[in-house]
Design a protein around this ligand. Structure first.
Ligand code: TYM
Length: 333
């Protein structure tokens, strides 16, 4: 069966190791498997659900695209495009917004986290963010959606919207119900400063994350300062699970080496953090610095990046505008 893959990343700056290990690394693996049809989107309409500076946004759109390419996405194999260049996403979002229920959106934990205490001041866009995400996914008949753990609830909402549409209009299977592709392990990379908090673009401390554009010195410094505890590394997963920082760092190590957590535990059990941190730093430098160098090189090639996005957007438009047409016909327009 041909797998239709769709995923997106917000161009909000500071793409980090969590984005890479939780999502982008998998985008590349899926692209390189035979028969998959992959569509990857720079979701700039999602980015404006919180306030953005227009100049910085433009830069971030290019930087996110550069990060896709530098990580191994290939615009000749995958469709790589910019969401706002494809009007079907906004139109589809309205149409599906009339299917989604308030009660469903009220349960979204990401809205609650991002809106904080003062919900009244959050934009309506932030509230209906998951409906736009459903439009992204459903307009491409996507069968599989690779994301990090934090997007699981949004994907469930996309599934609910697809099922309700099909039921309301008696069109079984018209909107394809997408499957989340969330890795069983390492789908949630945590902050380097607090192993109980997600690594995040918006954390005010840059020391909390490894950015994909960090230099070697920055990586060395951040891992040196990463929070740890005083004990040596354990020899089993149960003991490790009680030590969030150790678990996170060993998780990062395992994910970057593509080995099981238990193998990493075996490699370092009984050693102290300074030995382990040296190995971890070397590994992150070896994996991230080539990506960082390539991002910095591509960022200077603005015309090339803009062309990748506009050509990708033409291809994306063909698929999604057709689906919107079909949806409108079913609705009775
Ligand atoms: P965004 O831009 O916040 O994050 C992009 C991807 O990175 C993953 N991620 C993480 N994975 C592991 N550990 C972390 N600490 C971590 N932080 C972020 C996210 O799960 C995501 O996969 N709503 C989406 C973008 C989106 C989308 C879509 C995704 C819009 N439309 C359609 C899939 C399909 C978002 O905000 O991702």
């Amino acid at each position: 069966m041909v797998k239709k893959i769709f995923s997106g990343v917000q161009p909000t700056g500071n793409l980090h190791l969590g984005n890479y290990l939780g999502a982008i690394k998998n985008f590349v693996e899926l692209q390189n498997q035979d028969k998959n049809e992959c569509v990857y989107c720079v979701v700039d309409l999602h980015a404006i659900t919180t306030k953005q500076d227009p100049k910085i946004l433009k830069n971030n759109i290019r930087e996110t695209t550069a990060a896709f390419l530098a990580s191994g996405l290939n615009h000749n194999k995958s469709i790589i495009f910019q969401q706002s260049l494809v009007p079907a996403h906004s139109e589809g979002s309205w149409l599906l917004g009339c299917i989604a229920r308030m009660g469903w959106l009220n349960r979204m934990t990401q809205f609650k986290e991002k809106a904080g205490k003062d919900k009244e001041k959050a934009s309506i866009g932030l509230y209906i963010y998951p409906v736009l995400m459903a439009a992204d996914i459903l307009l491409y008949d996507s069968t599989h959606v690779p994301v990090g753990e934090d997007q699981k609830q949004h994907l469930e909402l996309s599934r609910d919207i697809a099922q309700k549409f099909n039921l309301d209009f008696n069109k079984p299977n018209f909107l394809k119900v997408p499957n989340p592709l969330i890795q069983k392990k390492f789908a949630r990379i945590m902050s380097l400063k607090d192993g109980t908090k997600k690594m995040s673009k918006s954390d005010p401390s840059d020391l909390s994350r490894i950015n994909l554009t960090d230099s070697e010195d920055e990586i060395i410094n951040k891992i040196r300062k990463a929070k740890t505890d005083t004990e040596s590394l354990p020899d089993n997963e149960i003991d490790l699970s009680k030590r969030p920082e150790a678990e996170n760092l060993l998780g990062i190590y395992s994910s970057l080496t593509n080995q099981s957590l238990q193998n990493s535990i075996n490699e370092f059990s009984g050693k102290n953090f300074s030995d382990f941190k040296k190995n971890l730093t070397d590994l992150i430098v070896a994996k991230i610095i080539p990506i960082s160098n390539e991002i910095n090189k591509l960022k200077k090639e603005k015309n090339f990046i803009d062309n990748v996005l506009s050509e990708g957007s033409v291809k994306a438009d063909k698929i999604s505008s057709n689906k919107v047409k079909e949806i409108k016909k079913i609705i009775g327009f």
